[in-house]
Design a protein around this ligand. Structure first.
Ligand code: GTP
Ligand code: MG
Length: 332
């Protein structure tokens, strides 16, 4: 699959050390060093990825035949624990452990059933200036608060794709929340993603960081901008959606593993010329719709007010919340 260069001038991604693996792909029968490398390059970094992959994708990634791919997948399934079902009680117990992070607006928190939920993807979609980035900053500050006071006593990995992270805003918001600005900034681990590949790689990096730091939130602001600018042509819609799907899947896996919340932003443009399909829908279409547990659509109201609308939630009623963008951050 050929990837088009981004429309804006981007510096090359920095050299990355190879990611660590718990079970080496080389341990699978039929996988040599070259095949393992090719698989990892294509993003199959662990057994579960391989066990749940399609033979066609694996064959293409490793440049092997379909039968060989099928064999590798079967072997990965045997070794990975894929077949296990969880009963309702186990699932309920698991859900009791869910954490929630306040967005500093009780209306917005209520709309989301008590705040931004862990082990889930919450998408904030909206036009420019609707407050997506402000909410991302606010939640990255609030996650640091103690449990019971709107936070999870945790830290944030903040994947910034458009260079709109502003430490000054964190300082203002931290002060207004009663946190020391210095330590508050240290608990937000910011990475600028240069392109969509790099953006995906940063989720792996987040996993490494999470082994030593209590990461309870990943922000991706914006989830879709790089994908949109790199895969412009109509014929590239399918590869773009596949990669976006993989990215969301990896984010969700991080959320499940570390009981962390995943907050992503998605711009909706009123310019029909730069989008495929319905211009009023967030980009990424069905792929993001299926992966995101909570989708919040933001729109402008009388300044500084914004209106948030919850769409397609599995367990919450549709509704709206009004909040304000202020110098102190998100407020009622
Ligand atoms: P795009 O990334 O362009 O799609 O927009 P966005 O949805 O991320 O918008 P963002 O969160 O950047 O919101 C910008 C708005 O936040 C501004 O129009 C202001 O209303 C508000 N805002 C940003 N910084 C400040 C600030 O320091 N003080 C105040 N009072 N408001 C601010
Ligand atoms: Mg923004």
């Amino acid at each position: 699959m050929v990837q088009k260069s981004a429309t804006r001038a981007s510096p090359p991604a920095p050299a990355e050390e190879p990611p660590k693996h718990e079970v080496a792909l080389e341990d699978l029968a039929g996988v040599g060093a070259t095949t393992a490398d090719k698989l990892r390059e294509a993003g199959y970094t662990d057994l579960m990825e391989l066990a749940t992959a399609s033979p066609g994708d694996v064959a293409e990634a490793a440049e092997i035949g379909a039968a060989a791919a099928q064999k590798i997948i079967a072997e990965a399934r045997r070794l990975a624990d894929v077949g296990s079902f969880e009963n309702g009680t186990v699932l309920l117990e698991r859900r009791k452990k869910l954490g929630r992070i306040s967005a500093s607006s009780s209306a917005l928190d209520e709309l989301l059933g008590g705040g931004i939920e862990t082990m889930a993807i919450t998408e904030f979609a909206g036009e420019f200036g609707t407050g997506k980035t402000q909410i991302a900053h606010q939640v990255a500050v609030n996650v640091q608060l103690p449990v019971g006071q709107g936070g999870l006593a945790g830290e944030t990995v903040y994947i910034d794709t458009e260079s709109t992270f502003r430490p000054e805003r964190v300082v203002d918001m931290a002060k207004a929340t009663g946190l020391e600005p210095g330590p508050a900034l240290e608990k937000i681990h910011i990475a600028r993603a240069y392109n969509s590949n790099h953006q995906m790689l940063l989720v792996q990096k987040a996993q490494e960081l999470a082994r030593t730091r209590p990461i309870r939130l990943i922000v991706v602001d914006s989830l879709t901008a790089h994908f949109r600018s790199e895969y412009m042509g109509r014929g590239e819609l399918a590869p773009r959606q596949q990669l976006l799907n993989k990215h969301l899947h990896e984010l969700l896996k991080f959320g499940d593993t570390y009981n962390a919340a995943i907050l992503v932003t998605n711009q909706v443009s009123s310019r029909p010329d730069i989008l495929f399909g319905d211009p009023t829908r967030p980009i990424g279409g069905n792929i993001v719709a299926h992966a995101a547990t909570y989708r919040v659509y933001l729109r402008k109201s009388k300044p500084p007010k914004r209106i948030a609308r919850l769409i397609d939630s599995p367990n919450l009623p549709e509704g709206e919340a009004v909040f304000s963008l202020t110098a102190d951050g998100i407020r009622e």
